[in-house]
Design a protein around this ligand. Structure first.
Ligand code: 5GP
Ligand code: ZN
Length: 114
């Protein structure tokens, strides 16, 4: 999608530290890390938010979680633990309108979610 930052990342049009990639999903380092491990897992095909998911998109969400699991192992946080977060819409402060899952870890995270 034109003018979508993460579509540009997927297309290789922005400098990015790619951490994982397969046919359907990609993971890269967050530009403003909130934890020692902070990656973003995105579908390669543009989807806006969880609200845009239809029955045909469910496999890609499972795929994103599986990619996050593999990446957590690669980055060494499987045993210590990590948090997967999908901000959705304004109240959740979603700032990039391309579906993405945050993978956060490498330090104890705040127990409260919101
Ligand atoms: P949100 O608040 O929408 O859930 O998260 C968007 C995330 O994207 C933020 O953590 C922000 O730091 C990250 N981000 C925004 N622009 C870029 C970019 O151009 N490159 C990368 N790697 N991360 C970005
Ligand atoms: Zn996009």
């Amino acid at each position: 999608m034109q003018d979508c930052i993460f579509c540009k990342v997927v297309a290789g049009e922005l400098p990015t530290k790619t951490l994982y990639e397969d046919d359907d999903v990609m993971a890269f380092a967050d530009i403003s890390p909130q934890a020692p491990v902070h990656a973003l897992v995105v579908p390669k095909n543009h989807l806006g938010t969880v609200e845009d998911l239809g029955p045909d998109d469910l496999a890609v969400v499972a795929h994103m979680i599986h990619a996050a699991q593999r990446l957590a192992r690669k980055l060494g946080v499987s045993a210590s633990g990590y948090r997967l977060v999908i901000n959705t819409g304004a109240d959740a402060t979603q700032t990039v309108p391309h579906l993405h899952m945050h993978l956060l870890g490498g330090r104890p995270l705040e127990p409260k979610l919101g």
